[in-house]
Design a binder for this molecule. Structure first.
Ligand code: 2PG
Ligand code: MG
Length: 430
């Protein structure tokens, strides 16, 4: 009864008003699943390929009608009749059908949509919420699904906010929260407190960036750290104790591969890898920063090893562009002690099975995982179920603004009820 009878793709729009792929899969039992595919802006070089039409007459060349056609024609023909419950078999068939190493022929956006829509349909057929279906299927025996600790964008820079700040994301982690609803309350207080401070300083704080965070023009890359500390204190919380800071440096996007320097334009600094590490170490020492993502370039493996040696014992060092949710790259990071945590983005790799493998591999090696949204999102909330069902420990969705983000936070609130208000993942102490 879990055999695939229909596969339907269509072009819909994402949070930037740009096209993305939506897929529906129906099973012989009559159950259906649907998935809307996210899309990044600050993408890593080693990500699976997102197929765009490049027809400049539509959506600045960003249409996805070719990917949709692949879903409706070649992929539908190949997977109709397959048993969707055999997710590994289905994903293998999709990978083989594509035939490239980066899903470049059919498009990772086409493949991901089919893979996850089939997963949704199977959860419906099993009469389980998606997070429960995932937990029953993939969690090691004895491990219970937990609500993830949210890592929440408050101030944006880089490619998500017109490149004023060189650093892409200034985020907060409500480390003092005991439950997920409490975590949201604490973050909301800081979000609004930051808004007031930015307004008082004369910035137009109501202008928000791609992920709902504020995108002010500030004088230095350090200024947001000071603002966040002030904002946290203004709520009566203690920086570091109740609310800590995290950064997504997205360093690949200001690393100049031809000169070998990290160009921090706002600070008029050109830093070598060694100097960049010292720059980050200084920040970790002076501010309550507990997590740094993409602190160095995606190909600077040697630098990553040094960074991990220098501050890895006191700081979570997250590879996003470095690992691109790719098990081979994660394995290299584990072996070379480059980083100690992996950002998991399903569309960086392209199927359910490969996403799950990446999470399990990282966790087994003692690396932390953060299940992450993209800067281009939709109302789809699959991410939230994935984070709970795989016990990802942490989740990065964006800010507490814009419905593409809130759809996922709200889904976590629903799951929290289903789990009878369980406590937050104890990722900090693991
Ligand atoms: C990142 C993500 C999400 P994008 O760099 O971590 O914040 O951005 O989806 O643009 O790659
Ligand atoms: Mg990132």
């Amino acid at each position: 009864m879990t055999h695939i009878t229909h596969v339907k793709g269509r072009e819909v729009l994402d949070s930037r008003g740009l096209p993305t792929v939506e897929v529906e899969v129906a099973l012989a039992s009559g159950h259906q699943g649907r998935m809307m595919v996210p899309s990044g802006a600050s993408t890593g070089r080693f990500e699976a390929h997102e197929l765009r039409d490049n027809d400049t007459n539509r959506y600045q060349g960003r249409g996805v009608l070719r990917a949709v056609a692949h879903v409706n024609e070649e992929i539908a023909a190949a997977v109709t009749g397959m048993n969707a419950e055999d997710q590994e078999g289905l994903d293998r068939a999709l990978i083989d059908l594509d035939g490239t190493s980066n899903k470049g022929r059919l498009g990772a956006n086409a493949i991901l949509g089919v893979s996850f829509a089939a997963l949704h349909a199977c959860a419906a057929a099993a009469d389980k919420p998606l997070f429960r279906y995932l937990a029953d299927r993939y969690l090691p025996q004895g491990e219970q699904p937990c609500l993830p600790m949210p890592m929440v964008n408050i101030i944006s820079g880089g490619l998500h906010a017109g490149k004023n700040l060189d650093i892409q994301d200034y985020l907060v982690i409500p480390v003092g929260a005991k439950t997920f609803p409490q975590a949201l309350e604490m973050i909301s207080a800081v979000y609004w407190s930051t808004r007031r401070i930015l307004q008082d300083q004369g910035h137009i704080a109501s202008l928000v960036a791609d992920e709902g965070g504020f995108g002010p023009s500030l004088a230095t890359n350090e200024a947001p750290l000071e603002i966040l500390c002030t904002a946290i204190e203004a709520t009566g919380m203690q920086p570091g104790q109740d609310m800590a800071i995290a950064l997504d440096i997205a360093a690949s996007h200001f690393f100049n591969a031809s000169t070998g320097y990290y160009d921090l334009h706002l600070d008029t600094k050109r830093l070598t890898t060694e100097e960049m590490i010292t720059y980050l170490e200084d920040w970790v020492t002076r501010f309550p920063i507990i997590s740094i993502e993409d602190g160095l370039d995606e190909e600077d493996w040697f630098g990553w090893q040094q960074l991990t040696r220098r501050i890895g014992s006191r700081t979570q060092l997250v590879g996003d562009d470095l690992f691109t949710t790719n098990s081979q790259r994660i394995q290299r990071g584990i072996e070379q002690k480059a980083g100690n945590a992996v950002l998991i983005k399903m569309n960086q790799i392209g199927t359910v099975t490969e996403t799950v493998d990446a999470v399990l591999l990282a966790k087994k090696a003692g690396f932390k995982t953060i299940i992450s949204a993209r800067s281009g999102e939709t109302e789809d909330a699959t991410l939230s179920d994935l984070a709970v069902g795989l016990n990802g420990g942490q989740i990065k969705i964006g800010s507490l603004a814009r419905s593409s983000r809130l759809a996922k936070y709200n889904q976590l609130l629903r799951i929290n009820e289903d789990l009878h208000a369980s406590s937050l993942s104890s990722w900090m102490s693991k």
